[in-house]
Design a protein around this ligand. Structure first.
Ligand SMILES: Nc1nc2c(ncn2[C@@H]2O[C@H](COP(=O)(O)OP(=O)(O)OP(=O)(O)O)[C@@H](O)[C@H]2O)c(=O)[nH]1
Ligand code: SF4
Ligand SMILES: [Mg+2]
Length: 406
């Protein structure tokens, strides 16, 4: 199963114009991915490219416009480059001619704010060698060693890859399995997946595919069924170790399987991989405290067409309103934007499953709410809560340490 582009680790390349950022990407990918020229300001918009990095695997590398660009248009380009920081797992600053000043220090501040590890490479070492004092200055500002390279010389490829492996957090590329710590060999797992208009034609959605693969990897036994055939399977009288359902069928499935069978949803399993599960655990019960006039923010992570807009835009608001019987106002934001300044106006934030974004991207999105003390939940847990089965849906994880590593 190849990784979709969006859940691969993301690496952003930053620096002043003409330092060799695009050349660095071409050097790493061994392809003419980005346009290179002696003209300063060649790259004007962020460019994403999927590459394979030995020892890390598939990754997305993002070229950006120079952070010293000038004029009104230049400012807009810089803003776009800075926005990329909330999407990445690791950053690279390319410098040349021993120039490391305010522009680079501002980048370092932004990386630190978002807890993004970074590397500094001194490029064009064939023309000017790195002054040791500069390396010390970079270290004093929170960077690792500044590494001397030249994109004209193949011998630096290994140096770059080694530095990448040491710096990029393992959690960014070694994805935990969906059932991590939940299965034993020969466990029997029943997966309930409605096939409705939202299901992609001829395929399963990613969490379902990951679940099947993971059950098989653990030498467990998996039965996959639509909710319409669930009564037939239950009539076998078989006892399952765990049932995992699509959250939207929670109510129906929970009524059909024995009380003592562990039950959760794909979305809740996914939430454990994609964020700090404890934040959601703490935030979900705030649904019960919602009052008339409260604002609830629904965060969808799709950037273009939201493939599950029905659930986020209609069903969850309806279920929350029906459950609380309060006059609640809903706002929706899709993509990566975060309303940092306005976050205090919300009583609750409900984040989607984030199936097409990385863990870091999802974490960055909900972090302002968590920092402001606003409760945060996700689609699956919110649905479980309004169906009165929240405690049941998180029981499979109760004996585990649920806090995930950032
Ligand atoms: N001598 C030397 N020249 C290099 C090296 N790496 C890149 N260059 C040259 O530096 C110039 C700028 O390279 P780019 O890769 O376009 O630089 P950039 O940082 O992407 O520039 P902008 O897109 O304008 O911000 C080109 O003429 C490259 O051929 C190097 O290691 N040594
Ligand atoms: S769960 Fe989020 S990321 Fe996945 S399809 Fe729905 S809106 Fe998009
Ligand atoms: Mg460029």
């Amino acid at each position: 199963m190849s990784k979709p582009r969006d859940i691969k680790p993301h690496i952003g390349i930053f620096g002043r114009r003409n330092t060799g950022k695009s050349s660095f990407i071409n050097f790493l990918s061994e392809q003419e991915t980005s346009i290179v020229s002696p003209e300063a300001g060649t790259t004007t918009d962020p460019v994403k490219k999927s590459i394979e990095i030995f020892g890390i695997g598939p990754a997305v590398i993002i070229d950006t416009a120079g952070i010293d660009d000038k004029g009104e248009l230049g400012k807009k380009r810089i803003a776009k480059s800075i926005k990329i920081i909330s999407l990445i797992d690791m950053a690279v600053i390319i410098i040349s001619d021993n120039v490391f000043g305010d522009f680079e220090l501002d980048l370092v501040k932004s990386f630190n704010k978002k807890k993004v590890p970074f590397l500094v490479f001194h490029n064009k070492s064939d023309v000017a060698t790195l002054i040791p004092a500069l390396s010390d200055q970079i270290k004093a500002n929170g960077g690792n060693n500044c590494i001397e390279i030249s994109t004209l010389n193949q011998k630096y490829r290994e140096v770059i890859i080694e530095a990448f492996k040491e710096t990029i957090p393992e959690t960014a590329y070694k994805n935990k399995a969906l059932f991590d710590g939940l299965l034993k060999p020969k466990s029997t797992i029943l997966l309930v997946t409605p096939i409705d208009s939202e299901a992609p034609e001829g395929r399963m959605i990613l969490p379902q595919m990951m679940a099947v693969r993971n059950v098989l990897d653990e030498n467990s036994i998996c039965i996959l069924v639509k909710e319409t055939e669930l009564p037939d399977v239950m009539a076998w009288g078989m006892k399952f170790d765990m049932v995992v359902t699509d959250s939207q069928a929670f109510d129906y499935v929970s009524g059909m399987i024995p009380e003592d069978t562990l039950l959760t949803s794909f979305s809740i399993l996914f939430a454990r991989l994609k964020s700090d599960f404890n934040d959601y655990l703490k935030g979900t019960s705030s649904i019960g405290d919602l009052k008339d006039g409260d604002k609830v923010l629904i965060l969808e992570s799709c950037t273009h067409q939201v493939s599950c807009d029905d659930i986020g835009r209609f069903k969850i608001p309806k279920w929350l309103t029906d459950f609380t019987k309060k006059d609640i106002e809903y706002e929706f934001i899709s993509g990566f934007d975060i309303p940092e300044e306005d976050i205090n106006k919300y009583a609750l934030v409900v984040q989607c499953g984030g199936c097409v974004v990385t863990k870091k991207q999802l974490q960055n999105r909900i972090q302002p709410a968590i920092d402001a003390g606003i409760p945060v939940t996700n689609y699956g847990m919110a649905i479980a809560y309004v169906n009165g089965i929240f405690e049941r849906s998180i029981k499979p994880f109760s004996s585990m340490k649920t806090e995930t590593v950032r």
